[in-house]
Design a protein around this ligand. Structure first.
Ligand SMILES: [Zn+2]
Ligand SMILES: [Zn+2]
Length: 434
């Protein structure tokens, strides 16, 4: 006991040595090192009391030290110890033990042995505790995820086959000019564009779009030609948005708990989140290669220039593309993608919501499922701060939505444009004319 005092690391050393983990490490380092007992030449099981020995010599050394045994060699004190004769001369065997570096200081006292046992027990208990506290994706969580995945699959067609039913896309400018327009868009001075944004007069508008599209001469043409060419993509994109709204409604209705809300609250949630969900779900078709939304054939490949031809400008499109890029880079699992959409729809702070506490309860449950899902199923490094990053995306969507409604209002003020919209769009986004 005395020799143990003041050296707590010894227990650890023997702990490691006796559990033979040290020996295992040695073998890992060099498989050619023979695991042979330094005392008798038998097969060694690891480092014991500071030397590589077999189980027999380990026990012999411990027993001898504990008994403080004193042996005398019956021969000349120079016995060669082997596996077969190691029992014949204890004196020379013990001498050999000490010669190869075995140390009594490495032997645990009974008290130390007990402490070691307690430590092992404690570690096992801690391990079990950790395991039981580790978040688990419970059956009810998985059920919610499965429902949302199914809802999404039922309302999002990755072949985009319905797009042919929309009024066809009309792109005013040749493909070669379209290629260069995003660069010009980037260079457009933002302070000018914001001036233009606030319900720009007709001639300003045509200047603005001509500028954006690199089509400066078009402004000199007849006013009719100009106005019809500005928003050539509006009919198609209005149909696309209208179609998407229907799909978002279909998805929302399948969110667990959504049906428990009053009809008024359901409508309030949908009206305020529809455009955000359309932006979110469109990330599935967004590609980083050419920063476009690719929905099948080239006809349905949408670039920024296409959306400017539907009445939107860079105050919306620039942050929208940045949003799409950063969302794409999160590389969400489909489970996380559908949960994020559901959480976005069921937000208690939306305008017009009456039963905020019920909406909050539904959203809280969805957030819990998302957090648990990330902890259990999303491996590092992608999971790092993923939940807060996803919540930040919801904040980004709010400002995108705000900008969208500002631009939509300008658009819908003009009868020649609002007449291109669909009744559903006018109902969801508002009808400024009536
Ligand atoms: Zn041995
Ligand atoms: Zn001897």
């Amino acid at each position: 006991m005395e020799f143990m005092a003041g050296n707590s690391s010894m227990t650890d050393i023997e702990f490691m040595a006796e559990s033979s983990s040290m020996a295992d490490i040695d073998v890992e380092f060099d498989r050619n090192v023979p695991r042979v007992c330094g005392v008798c030449g038998d097969r060694a099981t690891g480092f014991h009391f500071n030397a590589m020995t077999c189980e027999g010599c380990k026990g012999f050394f411990r027993r001898s030290m504990k008994r403080k045994a004193v042996f005398t060699c019956p021969f000349n004190g120079e016995c060669r110890i082997t596996k077969d004769n190691r029992r014949h001369c204890q004196a020379c065997r013990l001498k050999r033990c000490l010669d190869i570096g075995m140390m009594k200081e490495f032997i645990l006292t009974d008290e130390e042995v007990q402490r070691k046992r307690d430590l092992i027990m404690k570690r096992k208990e801690e391990e079990a505790m950790k395991e039981s506290q580790r978040p688990k994706l419970r059956e009810e969580h998985q059920k919610i995820i499965d429902i949302l995945l199914e809802a999404h699959h039922k309302t999002y067609d990755p072949t985009y086959s319905d797009f042919t039913k929309f009024r066809p896309p009309v792109r005013d400018i040749p493909e070669s000019t379209t290629q260069s327009s995003p660069i010009q868009i980037q260079n457009f001075p933002s302070e000018d564009s914001s001036d233009l944004l606030d319900c720009f007069p007709e001639n300003m508008e045509s200047n603005f779009f001509s500028y954006l599209l690199g089509n400066e001469e078009s402004n000199d043409g007849s006013p009719d030609a100009a106005s019809s060419s500005h928003l050539s993509m509006l009919p198609h994109l209005a149909d696309l948005v209208s179609y998407s709204i229907q799909k978002v409604i279909g998805f929302a209705k399948m969110i667990p708990g959504f049906r428990d809300l009053t009809a008024d609250d359901q409508i309030a949630l949908l009206k305020s989140s529809a455009i955000e969900i359309i932006m979110l779900r469109s990330n599935q078709s967004f590609t980083l290669e050419d920063m476009s939304w690719t929905c099948g054939s080239n006809d349905f490949k949408y670039k920024i220039s296409d959306i400017t031809q539907a009445g939107h400008n860079l105050e919306l499109l620039d942050p929208l593309v940045k949003f799409q890029i950063s969302l794409k880079k999160l590389d969400l699992h489909e489970e996380e993608h559908v949960l994020l959409m559901a959480i976005c729809i069921v937000s208690p702070d939306r305008a017009g919501v009456q039963d905020t506490s019920l909406v909050e309860a539904i959203q809280d449950r969805l957030s819990e499922v998302l957090q648990t899902y990330i902890m259990c199923k999303h491996p590092p490094p992608g999971n790092h701060l993923l939940y807060p990053k996803m919540i930040q995306k919801l904040a980004d969507l709010r400002s995108l939505s705000e900008e969208h409604s500002k631009q939509y209002r300008c658009l819908s003020f003009q009868p020649e444009h609002s007449m291109q919209l669909t009744p559903l769009i006018l109902e969801v986004f508002g009808n400024e004319i009536s």
